[in-house]
Write a protein that binds this ligand. Structure first.
Ligand code: UDP
Ligand code: MG
Length: 309
C-alpha cells in the first residue's frame, strides 16, 4: 500500500489545529482510503500551544509525525524540513490555516494520475487583502520575467508531488530559499487545477510585511543574476550617453560659445550618477550577502525534537 504524506508548516496556529486535523482526517480516511497516510506537522518555533495540541492529537493517531524547530525559521524552511522528513510515496504540502482546503486534495491527486509529477492548486478568488494580492502579482511578473519560460514558477504552496520530485528538491540545500521555485527548477511534468481558496479559519496572518519582502528578494536574487547583467548594460549606456553629451557640449561651445553655466543640470547629473552608483553597489551587496550566507554552510534549520513512530 502506498503512503501519502501531508506536510503542514505551523507557526502559532493553536486555534486552527483541531479543525484542520478533523477535516484532514476525514479526507484521508474517505477519499484516500487506498493509501496509508502520514500527517507531518512542522512546528516552526511556535510560542503558543500549537506543539501541545499536535502532541495530544498524536496520542490517538500514530500517523502524525512532528518536527519541532528550535526557533522560528520561516515558512519556506518549515516546508523544506517537511519534505526532508516526509516518508510518503506521494507528498502534499499545504498551509495550516485552512486557506488550502483539505477537501480539494483529491482534485490534485486525480490530476496527478494524468501522467504528471507535480500538480499545484491554482487559488480561485484569493482571500487575501487587495494590497497583498497586488504585491504578489507584481512579484510574480518580475520573477517570471527574470527566470524565463523554462522554469514553472509561482507561489502556490498547495500541491502534490511524487517521491521522485521531492528527492531532487531535497538535494538543493541553499540557505536563502524560495521552495516553490526550487520545485519548479527541478523540472518534471507540472500541471495545475483550480482550487477554492478559503479564508484563514482563525487568527491573524503569520506573514509580516517584512517577511514577505524578504521572501520576494530571496526568490529574485537566488533565481536570477539578471540584475547584475542589467548593471553592466546600464553602465555601458550611461558611458555612451555621457559621450554623446560631451560631443554635444563641445559642438555647442565651438559654434555658440559659453552661455549661462548650467550648474542646475550639473547637480542633477551628479545626483543621478551618485544614486545609480549607490544603488548598484547595494545590488551587488545583496548578492554578496547571500553568497556569504551560503559559504558559511550552516544548517538550514535546527530541529529541537522529532516525534514519530
Ligand atoms: N508559517 C510558518 N512560519 C512562519 C510564518 C508562517 O510556518 O514564519 C506557516 C503558518 O502557520 C501557515 C502558513 O505558514 O500554516 C502560511 O502562513 P499564513 O497563513 O500566516 O500566511 P498567508 O496565508 O497570510 O500568506
Ligand atoms: Mg494563510
Amino acid at each position: 500500500m502506498q503512503t501519502l504524506s501531508v506536510v503542514i508548516p505551523v507557526y502559532n496556529e493553536e486555534e486552527n489545529i483541531h479543525e484542520l486535523y478533523r477535516r484532514l482526517k476525514k479526507v484521508l480516511t474517505e477519499d484516500f482510503s487506498s493509501f496509508n497516510y502520514q500527517i507531518l506537522f512542522v512546528d516552526d518555533g511556535s510560542s503558543d500551544r500549537t506543539f501541545q495540541f499536535i502532541s495530544e492529537l498524536r496520542k490517538n493517531d500514530q500517523n502524525i509525525k512532528i518536527v519541532q524547530f528550535s526557533r522560528n525559521f520561516g515558512h519556506h524552511l518549515a516546508i523544506t524540513a517537511g519534505l526532508d522528513h516526509a516518508e510518503g510515496d506521494l507528498i502534499v504540502t499545504m498551509d495550516g490555516d485552512l486557506q488550502d482546503q483539505p477537501e480539494e486534495m483529491i482534485k490534485l491527486y486525480e490530476k496527478l494520475q494524468q501522467d504528471c509529477d507535480v500538480v499545484y492548486g491554482e487559488r480561485q478568488n484569493k482571500k487575501f487583502p487587495f494590497f497583498k494580492r497586488a504585491c504578489s502579482k507584481l512579484f510574480l511578473t518580475i520573477i517570471k520575467l527574470l527566470v524565463g519560460e523554462d522554469i514553472v514558477i509561482n507561489s502556490h504552496i498547495f500541491r502534490i508531488m511524487t517521491r521522485q520530485v521531492v528527492d531532487q528538491v531535497k538535494l538543493c540545500r541553499e540557505t536563502n530559499r524560495y521552495v516553490v521555485g526550487l520545485i519548479g527548477w527541478v523540472g518534471f511534468k507540472h500541471d495545475s487545477i483550480p482550487v477554492e481558496h478559503g479564508r484563514r479559519f482563525k487568527g491573524e496572518t503569520k506573514y509580516s510585511f517584512s517577511k514577505l519582502v524578504r521572501l520576494a528578494l530571496d526568490a529574485i536574487f537566488t533565481f536570477s543574476d539578471y540584475p547584475l547583467k542589467l548593471i553592466i548594460r546600464m553602465g555601458f549606456f550611461l558611458v555612451l550617453f555621457s559621450f554623446f553629451c560631451g560631443s554635444y557640449f563641445i559642438f555647442d561651445y565651438m559654434f555658440f560659445g559659453i552661455k549661462v553655466p548650467g550648474w542646475g543640470s550639473l547637480i542633477v547629473s551628479v545626483l543621478f550618477m551618485g544614486g545609480m552608483q549607490v544603488f548598484m553597489i547595494g545590488l551587488m551587496g545583496e548578492y554578496m550577502g547571500r553568497m556569504y550566507m551560503e559559504v558559511k554552510k550552516r544548517p538550514l534549520y535546527i530541529v529541537r525534537r522529532i516525534v514519530s513512530k
